[in-house]
Design a protein around this ligand. Sequence first.
Ligand SMILES: *[C@@H]1O[C@H](CO)[C@@H](O)[C@H](O)[C@H]1NC(C)=O
Ligand SMILES: *[C@@H]1O[C@H](CO)[C@@H](O)[C@H](O)[C@H]1NC(C)=O
Ligand SMILES: *[C@@H]1O[C@H](CO)[C@@H](O)[C@H](O)[C@H]1NC(C)=O
Ligand SMILES: *[C@@H]1O[C@H](CO)[C@@H](O)[C@H](O)[C@H]1NC(C)=O
Ligand SMILES: *[C@@H]1O[C@H](CO)[C@@H](O)[C@H](O)[C@H]1NC(C)=O
Length: 483
Amino acid sequence: MARLTGGRPAVPRPGGCSWATLLLLSLPIQAALKADLSGEAAAATINHSLALIHRLQELLRHGNASDATLRVRPVGSDEVKVFHAHQLLLALQSEAFASLLHNQSVVTLHEPADSAALFEKFIRYLYCGEISILLHQAIPMHRLASKYRVATLQRGVAEYMKGHLASESSQGHVVGWYHYAVKVGDAALQESCLQFLAWNLSAVMASAEWATVSAELLALLLERSDLVLQSELELYNAVEEWVGHQQPEGPVAEKLLRSIRYPMIPPSHLFHLQTQSAALGRHYGALQDLLFQAFQFHSASPIHFAKYYDLNCSMFLPRNYLSSAWGSQWVISNPARDDRSTSFQTQLGPSNHDTSKRVTWNVLFSPRWLPVSLRPVYSDSVSGAIQSVRIEDGRPRLVITPAMTSSDFAGVSFQKTVLVGVRQQGRLFVKHAYSFHQSSEEVADFLAHADLQKRTSEYLVDNALHLHLIVKPVYHSLIKVKK
Ligand SMILES: *[C@@H]1O[C@H](CO)[C@@H](O)[C@H](O)[C@H]1NC(C)=O
Ligand SMILES: *[C@@H]1O[C@H](CO)[C@@H](O)[C@H](O)[C@H]1NC(C)=O
Ligand SMILES: *[C@@H]1O[C@H](CO)[C@@H](O)[C@H](O)[C@H]1NC(C)=O
Ligand SMILES: *[C@@H]1O[C@H](CO)[C@@H](O)[C@H](O)[C@H]1NC(C)=O
Ligand SMILES: *[C@@H]1O[C@H](CO)[C@@H](O)[C@H](O)[C@H]1NC(C)=O
């Protein structure tokens, strides 16, 4: 067994059998043995896979019989880290290494400093298939996995990121992950980050991360009707802060400020903004038509207003506001036990004409409701059918109905959104948002995977289901909400 040293091209030796090859060949043999014995009473598995992994790691550590030298040079530094590795093992996991080492045994790799710092971990993963990472290592590790086309690690890190959006971190990480996902074109990760940001916007706007949001990301967020936040005013203030911090060009700032849904802000607050907000003062010319329209919206009855303006545009569509005018939290302890009801009040509509009119809503939650088609039929001839329907076949249902007759709401229809909070790594965050008119039956998957019967269900926080019910008055029939 020769130890190839720097510079000498590795000559492929057909039939040549290195230490590493032997180790690898032994794997299928063990599996085959197991299969042969499986029929007999004396079958047993001798499992030394941990020891094997340990040996592979040792192989890397000592560089025994190394036939590939990787010189890792961080960008902007002369400090080279050298790894004595094995072509076979590198090529096994990475096509990129296979072709890099195809005609040379020493390669110099230029990596950004943060990726270079993780290179040892990365190579070790190639040898033993195991890695531990921290939040701030996700991007540099994913970058390495992508560059060297280690698909399993790439997927693993992306899954890790999707599973750790809600993790605590001092300076926030989801905005950075979003921008990274856009750069590498990982649409699934991009979508997960965007959804998380949309549903946890209040927390993000209050964090240092907010200043790092790109203009493109902010524009995408502002388009969405499913943002979860206290109020539109909170959003305005956060956009103003962002504009003050980033100082974008005039047209960019104006486009962003025009995405605020001014009619959703009460006129007294609008007036305050008009007189006090620096951003509004600076860009007044580009925004005055929207402000004028918002004041008009508040001063006329919605039905009258609708004769002059098209209300079917996002400007008049509420987002998921958490403040009490729009809905209420409902915490249901032991939700699997039995049916539960509650009631709460909201404003009739966001127009100043309607805000003082209250609507009372009755809510019924059933943990195991059976649709009509599944209910037992009580007839003598089909007695067998009754037993086939069990109570466990029922699924959760939530119905929200007004306590008064709907003729009182001329021109207004109400879209309901139920936010479901879950606990992840000790923190509460929005897991799902379901939108419907009156009953969750309108959505196919309402709490479909909640497992409310199980105490360990991730939907239960201290054995309680955390819901937030939002009533969105829209001045025309239900508009399909853009996700
Ligand atoms: C062998 O042992 C390892 C570690 O103890 C375990 O993860 C693995 O599943 C075992 N393999 C088999 C085939 O039992
Ligand atoms: C690998 O090298 C180290 C140090 O040179 C040595 O102690 C060890 O026995 C070697 N292992 C094998 C399997 O040759
Ligand atoms: C190996 O091949 C690549 C192209 O396939 C070439 O760019 C490189 O210079 C070659 N290296 C050596 C050491 O021959
Ligand atoms: C609202 O506008 C959208 C397109 O912007 C259209 O598809 C939809 O039919 C309109 N709805 C009503 C009720 O006019
Ligand atoms: C996500 O948002 C919910 C409410 O919208 C909040 O209670 C929770 O703390 C947020 N989670 C994180 C991780 O910011």
